[in-house]
Structures are given as C-alpha cells and as structure tokens.
Design a protein around this ligand. Structure first.
Ligand SMILES: C[S@@+](CC[C@H](N)C(=O)[O-])C[C@H]1O[C@@H](n2cnc3c(N)ncnc32)[C@H](O)[C@@H]1O
Length: 388
C-alpha cells in the first residue's frame, strides 16, 4: 500500500525529522493539489492551477474570509467542512483556535491535509466525514463552521445546510459560486406573498469524470432563503464579486436551545421501579434522565408557562399488548435546565389504574408543544406493572 513508507516513518520518532527531499517527494506523490500551501524551505504544495483556479488558490479568497473571522480565535472551536488540503484549517489554528477539525468526503484530500499538518507541526484533527454525516452528538458543536466552496457539490443541498446548522454553535461562514443577480426576477402566479429565487441545476455531461460533481448554483436570494429556512437567523451577505459570494450566518441565541429539535437526545434509566401494586395505589418511580443531545434542556423555570420547548418527563399507559390506553399519564418537571452531558434523577408520581390487570408504563422526555423525544430517535423506557 502506498501509505506504508510514510506510516512507518511516523512510527519511528528518530526518523521523524523529514528532509526537504522527502517532503518534495511526498508533495509529488500526493498530487494533484487544489490548495497552494507554503510548507517552508521555499516548498509549496503547487505552483500552477490545475482546474482553472489561481496558482495561489485559495489565498485571494482567504483575504475575504480572513476579514469575517475574529483575528484571535483563542478559546474557539472551528470546523472546516470540505477542508481539502487544509489551508483554512491551518489559518484557523494559526489564529489560536483551541480545537480545529477539518473534514472532507474524499480520502485523497484528508491524506493531503494530514501530510501538511505533519510538516507544519500543527495540532489539527482531520477526518474523512461527509457533510451529510456531521453529528453533533458524536463531534460536539463548533463555535465557527466554515463551508467554503462546498455547497455546489451537494446533491442533497437542503440536508447539507441542515447538517451545517446543527453542528454550528454560533457562526457559519459560507462561500459559494452564485448566479448573477440581474435578470433573475421570476414571474409567477402564486400570489404577492410568495417570492421565487433562482437556483440553477447543473447538468453534468455524461462523459464528465469529476471527483465531485457540481449540482446546484444558487442565486444570493435562494441561498439566503434556504439558510433562513434551516434555522439561521441573521444572515449577512459579506461580499459578492466575480460570481462568488461569502455569507455570515448566525444562529439564534442559546435560550432557544430546546427548540432545536434535531439536537435533542435523552437516555433514561430506572433508579427504582415498582412492578406490582394494588389498584389505585400512589406510586413513585425514580428515573435518571441524561441529556445525550447537543442542546440544553430548558425547564419550566426558564420559559413562560405554555411556551414551546419546556422539557419534561412524560408517561404513557399501555395495555398488556402494549396498545395505548392513556397517552398523557402524568409528567415530571425538571428541577432546573440540564446541559448536554448532564443528568438528573426525577421522582415520577403516578396513580396505578383502578382495574386489576397487567399494564406497561412507558416513560419518555417531551419538548412541550414540539415533539416527544422518541420521535426524534431517543428510546423510551418501559416497565411492566401488575395491578393485583
Ligand atoms: C471546491 S473544493 C473547496 C475546498 C476548500 N474548502 C476551499 O474553499 O478551497 C470542495 C471540497 O469539498 C469536498 N466535498 C465535496 N463533497 C463533500 C461532502 N459531501 N462532504 C464533505 N466534503 C465534501 C471536496 O472533496 C473538496 O475537497
């Protein structure tokens, strides 16, 4: 396997002092390069544009992106999606970001990025992950996400934007090719309230042998509308020039967290549970509820009464065959809000049915007026109850 020699050198600390010759050989072996990165000793990853991009790509774009990013990223986490050889990840690390993760769908790009990291001696994590597989429960959320030159490669454009929304804590910086604004007015008969924006579909030639295809090129209006639709609140068109645009997209404030449905997750466990009781007996179940999602659970103390998003523990009463008898069979409030990774033990008070027989009690969390957690993918917790 071609990685063998390099991997061997990595395992041997004595030979880790890579010579200029070795670096040049590796640059050549990992060709072609899209990013021009200065590796020191007058070595650059490339000196000519391979696909019509400038020979020093992405330096000209970095001059714009650089102005969107805080000059000092100390204490901030940065995710670079579609990182390629890692030019922007390196730039973020050099601005002192506490954690930088670069992800790319293509193995060859991750290989290049890891090589650059090794030569420059930077603490950056690179993983081969597609934008569609970004999961805040596994990776955490990032203060700043970069999606530069990415979205026109996305066949599932809206899904990609949703994933970018959920993995971002505060700010998404998105750079893309855009359609020209002029002559973009679409005439329609859908009523005065409806605005249609242009979104071009790229028809790739059957003979095209691209590594990653282009799918959609949005107008600025379309991408702003889509970003707003997936949840971003404050979207600023930072620059538009030469058919490319940079947008800064901010998320709603943290107080909205338990309304961020796809970041809600729970794990429930009995601390104690009764399985036998008398008809109508008052029972108490102690249940440990753990926030396994990336969103903070807001409690009844944090939001006004009846506001959507208050998280509680709910219960359903089921028959012996687990058919539903009562959907809302009581509830227990959180004592306070619960941050991701934290848990609390709740005392759930419930009255046993008056009729003798076997029942199931099914417990699950609910974000009031929004969703039960099981519908969002978190398993419920069931206990048999024999009323004798
Ligand atoms: C045009 S390059 C842009 C690279 C870099 N962000 C820049 O602006 O210079 C697009 C990059 O996105 C990556 N990519 C394409 N589809 C992707 C996906 N579904 N998930 C993650 N990365 C993807 C490609 O492998 C490629 O490295």
């Amino acid at each position: 396997m071609r990685m063998g020699k390099w991997a061997l050198r990595q395992a041997d600390p004595v030979s880790q002092r890579t010579t200029t010759q070795e670096i040049l050989a590796e640059v050549k072996r990992l060709q072609p390069w899209f990013h021009c990165i200065d590796l020191g000793d007058s070595i650059k990853t490339k000196t000519v544009g391979e696909w019509g991009e400038p020979a020093d790509h992405p330096l000209p774009t970095w001059k714009i992106i650089s102005a969107c990013l805080p000059a000092d990223l100390t204490g901030k986490t940065v995710l670079d999606v579609g990182c390629n050889a890692g030019f922007y990840s390196v730039a973020a690390k050099r601005r002192n970001a506490s954690r930088v993760l670069g992800v790319d769908a293509q193995r060859a790009q991750v290989r290049q990025a890891r090589f650059v990291r090794r030569v420059l001696g930077l603490d950056i994590d690179y993983q081969r992950i597609s934008v569609y597989d970004l999961d805040p429960r596994q990776l955490g959320q990032f203060d700043i996400t970069l999606a530069l030159g990415l979205i026109y490669h996305c066949k599932h454009l809206v899904l990609a934007l949703e994933k970018l929304f959920h993995i971002t804590k505060t700010l998404l910086i998105l750079e893309t090719a855009v359609l020209p604004q002029k002559g973009n007015q679409i005439v329609h008969n859908l009523g005065p309230e409806t605005v249609l924006h242009s979104l071009a579909c790229v028809e790739n030639a059957p003979s095209a042998k691209e590594q990653v295809y282009n799918w959609f090129i949005p107008s600025v209006g379309a991408i702003v509308a889509l970003l707003r639709n997936v949840g971003f609140q404050d979207i600023e068109l930072f620059s538009e020039d030469g058919g490319r645009a940079v947008l800064m997209c901010r998320k709603p404030s943290a107080s909205e967290n338990s309304r961020d449905l796809s970041n809600l997750g729970a794990s429930l466990r009995f601390e104690d549970a009764r399985t036998q009781c008398a008809p109508g007996e008052e029972l108490i179940f102690h249940i440990r509820v753990e926030n396994t999602g990336a969103a903070r659970w807001l409690s009844h103390v944090d939001l006004p009464p009846a506001a959507p998003g208050v998280v509680r523990l709910g219960c359903h009463l089921l028959g012996p065959d687990q058919d539903e008898l009562f959907w809302d069979y009581g509830g227990a409030d959180l004592p306070h809000q619960i941050a991701p990774g934290n848990s609390a033990i709740l005392a759930f008070h419930v009255r046993a049915p008056e009729a003798k027989g076997s029942y199931w009690l099914e417990f699950e969390m609910v974000a009031e007026h929004l969703s039960w957690f099981e519908d969002l993918g978190s398993p419920s917790l069931k206990s048999i109850l024999h009323v004798e």
